[in-house]
Write a protein that binds this ligand. Structure first.
Ligand code: CTP
Length: 397
């Protein structure tokens, strides 16, 4: 972290505005020059003097600037910024930027900057879920703006649901990754598996599971952003294929294995987030099964455990498994870590609705082969991916 970096922090008018004070203080602690821009409504929640004291820079807010002074100032801050963070970001500000409106200091700065812009939204659940807000967010994401999704919990208005500003620790860590463009996986070949696998019964039927692929896709994106050559081998998923990764679509566990085997020797890291079918049908029917009987029985036989097989072949590769558990989580995960000869296992409780298969969040504990147990808070799946690579980085570089 050599050159002094500048972050412009935009604070909009929401009850979470007070949390932005903590963000300033955390950024200052790691030596970042912080310039705060407050919208007029933000100044109703927090006195700009608090931000001024913590950032040790004058706060730009329309209330205190001379008439129209911001028309020039926004250019200087927009140029100065290595990164612009808006936290909390209200529906109003997101809507303005998504629709090209620049009518105050913050929105003009965002419009004028060439730096990366991150939005950390915080608002009432119904507002956040409003299709207009969601449409604005998708539109901005397409233009390359980064969003740190709000977490769920009790909101200031008393409602419970999505809309809480993401943890300030996580916001700051994401800012640092983007700011310093951490590229610790350059030249590393990484395989990520994701999604479910299918167990075909006949030409029209199969058995599968509820895996959405979200965890694996987030891992593939994080590895890509850190400079790795990523091969994402995925079972059926509704998710958009991440750009900049080699994508292999599979349906059965056999296909998943053969695609991994073909490149395993030259691979540095394998992360198996896929929910692989443990059994396959013993006698696949080449013809469509007719509904002639009142009952029907199928016999299943064990599928190969891909990860265990890879653990047996391991030479230099780092192997990471996932343990989807509903009870006795840590003991089961530890056993899988040992039996499959893994370096890390990421254990999660699949019974929790807000961190399960199709959720954007996860709450995991990472067990390492050296005996360490790292319990993480509930966080976005992308952040879990980041934490995992921070751990791997220590052993691989
Ligand atoms: N796995 C695999 N091949 C299988 C089954 C699982 O590679 N046939 C991998 C998964 O991708 C995951 C890890 O093994 O990384 C653990 O999967 P999980 O379903 O939690 O456990 P299992 O080993 O299948 O054991 P059980 O279902 O009895 O909990």
């Amino acid at each position: 972290m050599s050159k002094l970096k500048t972050v412009v922090l935009g604070v909009t008018g929401g009850i979470a505005a007070y949390k932005a004070l903590d963000i300033v203080s955390k950024l200052k602690k790691v030596g970042i020059d912080v310039h705060v821009i407050m919208t007029e409504s933000a100044t109703e929640f927090i006195n700009p003097i608090s931000f001024q004291s913590l950032s040790q820079n004058l706060v730009a807010s329309d209330m205190f600037s001379e008439p129209k002074a911001w028309e020039i100032q926004h250019i200087s801050l927009a140029k100065k910024a290595d990164l612009v963070l808006v936290a909390p970001a209200t529906a109003n500000l997101i809507g303005k930027v998504a629709n090209g409106i620049a009518d105050d200091m913050l929105s003009t700065t965002i419009m004028a900057t060439k730096a990366k812009v991150i939005f950390a939204p915080a608002m009432n659940t119904n507002m956040y879920q409003n299709p207009i807000v969601q449409h604005n967010i998708s539109k901005l994401k397409e233009f390359g703006y980064v969003f740190l999704s709000p977490s769920s919990g009790r909101l200031a208005c008393g409602d419970v649901g999505e809309g809480k500003l993401e943890d300030t620790e996580i916001i700051v860590s994401r800012v640092l990754t983007l700011l310093y463009d951490i590229k610790d996986m350059v030249g590393k070949n990484v395989i990520v598996t994701a999604g479910p696998t299918l167990t075909p019964i006949d030409p029209v039927r199969y058995i599968s599971n509820y895996s959405s692929g979200k965890m694996g896709y987030a891992i593939a994106e994080e590895a890509r952003d850190r400079g790795a050559n990523v091969t994402l081998i995925s079972g059926p998923s509704m998710l958009k294929v991440p750009q900049g990764v080699k994508f292999i679509s599979v349906s059965t566990s056999e296909e998943m294995l053969s695609n991994i085997e073909a490149i395993y020797e030259d691979t540095d890291i394998v992360i198996k987030a896929a929910a692989v079918s443990d059994y396959k049908i013993k006698e696949y029917s080449n013809e469509k099964i007719k509904k002639s009987e009142t009952e029907i029985d199928f016999k299943f036989e064990k599928n190969i455990d891909i990860l265990k097989y890879l653990g047996g072949l391991k030479t230099h590769q780092i192997l990471v498994g996932f343990a989807a558990e509903s009870n006795n989580i840590l003991n089961n995960a530890k056993e899988k870590l040992e039996v499959k000869n893994l370096d890390y296992i990421v254990a999660n409780d699949i019974t929790k609705a807000d961190t399960g298969f199709s959720s954007d969040d996860n709450k995991v504990t990472i067990l390492c082969k050296d005996g360490r147990t790292i319990e993480l808070k509930k966080m976005a799946k992308r952040q879990v991916a980041k934490e995992l690579f921070d751990l791997i980085n220590i052993v691989i570089n």
